[in-house]
Structures are given as structure tokens and as C-alpha cells.
Design a protein around this ligand. Structure first.
Ligand code: SF4
Ligand code: SF4
Length: 434
């Protein structure tokens, strides 16, 4: 659990935070083992980009902030929060704790930018407004899009170049999953789950959420989805906006408490990892009732593929004779964050018509990193190019993964390289087979 105050804006609070950061930093032995696994360092070979370099910066954070706070912010944000360093650190340094805490200190010191404040504290907490904005964009987007790749399903948006650069993007649905279903409140003989779609599977890849619903109904699992779920809060937390993060967590807790369920499942690896680990990491921010809920969700939250295999014990027998190659990319939040890698592979290997081939370094980060892709697109693409080459090396028809943020990145990478490869979430392929 973290000692992060709710919103570190006073000097006293910042000083307390800085002291608690020192306790975490002292465990780093400066061995440099993190170098070999850091995707950012692998692309830049700059010591400042790897964990050890960032820890050296944080060692004298108060001084560095007074010298050049923007530089500190920029250096800290050259990180995907992929967790590769923490997973491989021989000293068990709590690197994600350090980075999230440091980002909160820097944002507390510098203040939150106007656009982030608008998004995190005004749009994300208002699901009807957010759905309306997506719906309007989905209806009127066609004249502004130029098809980039039929196979990958991407377009370019020249008019949005100032914001999106030359990214190849998927088109938006005219209705989000949550607005087309409203509240879902179903019973089933095989238990009951809360379905947490997450922003991207709800508002961009709504077919992922539809696939989850189809799968759960097929297996006769009751589904509860309150109509007013909001973002899990990870964009705010990663930007150091503790106030925005807390607000979103509280709203979700208030929605989820309205129904009974045995597990919370999601097709979004980032949401699963954030709800399970980060909500719990910052449990001290919340009132006793909310803490009890967070504690409960810490044990109940599961990625949907793990739920199918571990809880429902679906018998995914390996299929044979398939002719279309499918490969799998491990999302960092799923593999390094939650230790889930075998389950999605079991599902893929059971699909009739497909032949599973493992790509090299399947758990190597794709370079998306959420806001990292927004602010460091060139670097994100450089990191992703290695992933693209690894995918292409096994000549798949489809690359599957378990995180919608990775899907966005893989679609862009493959489309930009003119590769004729589909990108699908594991649940979409499974739902197609039912
Ligand atoms: S963070 Fe871990 S792996 Fe990296 S230098 Fe410190 S002790 Fe070594
Ligand atoms: S979280 Fe990932 S990108 Fe950030 S320092 Fe660690 S290995 Fe590098």
C-alpha cells in the first residue's frame, strides 16, 4: 500500500512524499540489470532512459525540481510503465511504486495541464457525455478518413494530423457498447460476473465487449454491468493526477456496489491490472466502505481469458489440421503485471481452422505505453518495429493479443508497414468460433 496523499499540492505534502520515495530508492543496488530488458533503453541506449538512470535523477528530486522541473517531468515520462524492469530486478525494487509516486510529486509541483485536467476530471467522469462525443464522431467521421489498409482495418485522418500525426487508426463505432446495452443485469447457473469493458473496448473496439458478452452468455454466466461505469483511472494515475484517479475509482465503486457478483472480468489487460493492483496500491485514499470494496476487487478482478480457464474450467482441447496461422503478443500488463500467458494461448490453440505459431520474444513490449505513444510517437514506433518484425517472421494471418491498447499499436505498426495481417483480441476469435 502506498502513502501517497490524496492530492500532493502543499509543500508539506510534497516533502512527506519525497521522504517516502527515499525509502523506496535505497533498495536499488545500481546493478544495471534493468538495462537489458528496458524497451526504451533498447531503442535509445541512453542511461537516462533506463530505471537506474531515472532512480539517479530521483535521488535528488527536490533539488532537480527546483533546477528544471520540466526536464524532470520529460525524463520521467520517457517510460512505458511496462514493468519489465520490476519483473527482472534482482533486488525487488518496487519500481512501479517509485515511478507512480514520482509522477505524482512532479505533477503536484508543476500542476496539471489544462487539456489533461479537462479530460481526466471533466470528460472521463461523465460516461454519457463521453459516449455522446464518441457517437457524434462515429457518425460524422467518414469524410475525414482515408482508407489505409482494408486488411488491418485502418484509416488515416489528414485533417487531424496536428493531433494524430500520421497514425493509422481504426474508425469509431456510431454507438458504444455501453450506450447500446445500457444496464446489463442477467442471472445464470454458472455464477455472476461484473463486466468492466474499459474505455477502449467500450468506445473504439466495441466488438471486443460484444464478444465477451456472447462468451459469458454461451457459458451461462450471469452478467452485471451498471450503466455508469467510467474509466478505470490509469490515464490520470500515469500522469500523476491523483485527484482525477481517486474521483474515477470512487465513481466506479459507487456503480459496482449496486450489484452482486463473484468476479469482475474485463477484456482490457490494462484495466485488469489497474483495478487489481493500483486501486489496492492506493487503498489508503478511500473511506472504510470503499476500502472493503477495493480489497474485495483485488481478489475478484480477472482478465476474461483467465476467468474462462481458471474459474469456468472450459476444456480448451488443442485443435489440429488448421491452415491459417495465428500468433500471440503478450501484453505487458497481462504477462508481467498479472502473470497471464498460458490461458490465451490455450484458447488460441483450441480454435478450429487455425495453426498456432509462437513469435520470437512474444512478451517484448509493443511500445504503446498509453500516453507514451501520444508524447513520444517516434520512439514508440521504433520500439514497436521490433515487435512488428517478430510478428511478420512467423507469417501469420492473424496476430492476437489481450490488451486493446496493444491492438491499437499493432494495427498502426502493421498498417504503416503494409502488412496484410489482422489484429484481433483473443476473445473475438473465440466468440467467432462459438
Ligand atoms: S532497479 Fe533493480 S535492476 Fe535496476 S539497477 Fe536498481 S537494483 Fe539493479
Ligand atoms: S517500466 Fe519499462 S520502459 Fe519504464 S524503465 Fe522499466 S523497463 Fe523501461
Amino acid at each position: 500500500m502506498s502513502e501517497l496523499p490524496k492530492s500532493p499540492v502543499t509543500l508539506g505534502e510534497l516533502a512527506k512524499l519525497l521522504m517516502s520515495l527515499d525509502d523506496l530508492l535505497i533498495t536499488c543496488m545500481r546493478c544495471g540489470f534493468c538495462q537489458s530488458v528496458c524497451p526504451v533503453y533498447g531503442a535509445t541506449f541512453r542511461e537516462a532512459d533506463v530505471t537506474r538512470g531515472k532512480i539517479a535523477l530521483l535521488d535528488d528530486l527536490a533539488h532537480e525540481l527546483t533546477l528544471d522541473a520540466k526536464n524532470v517531468d520529460d525524463r520521467l515520462n520517457r517510460c512505458l510503465l511496462c514493468g519489465s524492469c520490476e519483473t527482472n530486478c534482482p533486488s525487488g525494487v518496487k519500481i512501479m511504486d517509485i515511478f507512480l509516486k514520482a509522477r505524482a510529486i512532479v505533477t503536484g509541483y508543476r500542476g496539471l495541464g489544462a487539456i489533461k485536467k479537462l479530460v481526466f476530471r471533466f470528460v472521463l467522469p461523465r460516461p454519457r457525455l463521453f459516449n455522446f462525443m464518441i457517437g457524434i464522431s462515429g457518425v460524422f467521421q467518414t469524410p475525414f478518413l482515408r482508407r489505409a489498409s482494408e486488411k488491418v482495418g485502418t484509416s488515416r485522418a489528414p485533417i487531424l494530423t496536428p493531433f494524430l500525426g500520421n497514425r493509422h487508426i481504426p474508425s469509431l463505432p456510431s454507438q458504444t457498447f455501453s450506450s447500446s446495452h445500457g444496464k446489463i443485469d442477467e442471472l445464470g447457473p454458472n455464477g455472476r460476473v461484473a463486466l468492466f469493458p474499459g474505455c477502449v473496448p467500450d468506445k473504439i473496439f466495441n466488438k471486443m465487449s460484444e464478444a465477451c458478452l456472447k462468451i459469458l452468455r454461451h457459458h451461462q454466466v450471469g452478467v452485471f454491468m451498471p450503466p455508469d461505469l467510467v474509466c478505470c483511472g490509469i490515464p490520470a494515475l500515469a500522469s500523476g493526477d491523483i485527484k482525477g484517479f481517486d474521483q474515477l475509482v470512487v465513481q466506479n465503486l459507487a456503480s459496482l456496489i449496486k450489484g452482486k457478483f463473484n468476479y469482475l472480468v474485463t477484456p482490457c489487460a490494462t484495466c485488469a491490472s489497474n483495478i487489481k493492483e493500483n486501486w489496492y496500491r492506493f487503498i489508503d485514499h478511500f473511506n472504510p466502505g470503499e476500502r472493503a470494496q477495493i480489497q474485495d476487487l483485488h481478489t475478484k478482478t480477472m482478465d476474461i481469458t483467465a476467468f474462462l480457464v481458471r474459474v469456468l474450467k472450459v476444456d480448451f482441447k488443442p485443435a489440429s489440421g488448421g491452415t491459417q496461422t495465428v500468433t500471440y503478443h503478450d501484453s505487458c500488463h497481462l504477462k508481467k503485471g498479472l502473470g497471464i500467458g498460458a490461458e490465451p494461448r490455450m484458447i488460441l490453440k483450441s480454435l478450429l481452422g487455425y495453426n498456432y505459431r509462437e513469435m520470437p520474444d512474444a512478451d517484448r513490449c509493443c511500445g504503446n505505453g498509453g500516453s507514451f505513444n501520444l508524447y513520444h510517437y517516434g520512439l514508440s514506433k521504433d520500439i514497436g518495429q521490433v515487435k512488428r518484425d517478430n510478428i511478420v517472421s512467423v507469417s501469420p494471418k492473424v496476430v492476437a493479443t489481450g490488451c486493446p491498447a496493444c491492438v491499437l499499436q499493432l494495427m498502426d505498426l502493421l498498417s504503416q508497414n503494409r502488412d496484410e495481417i489482422e489484429v484481433r483480441h483473443v476473445v473475438e476469435l473465440y466468440a467467432d468460433s462459438l
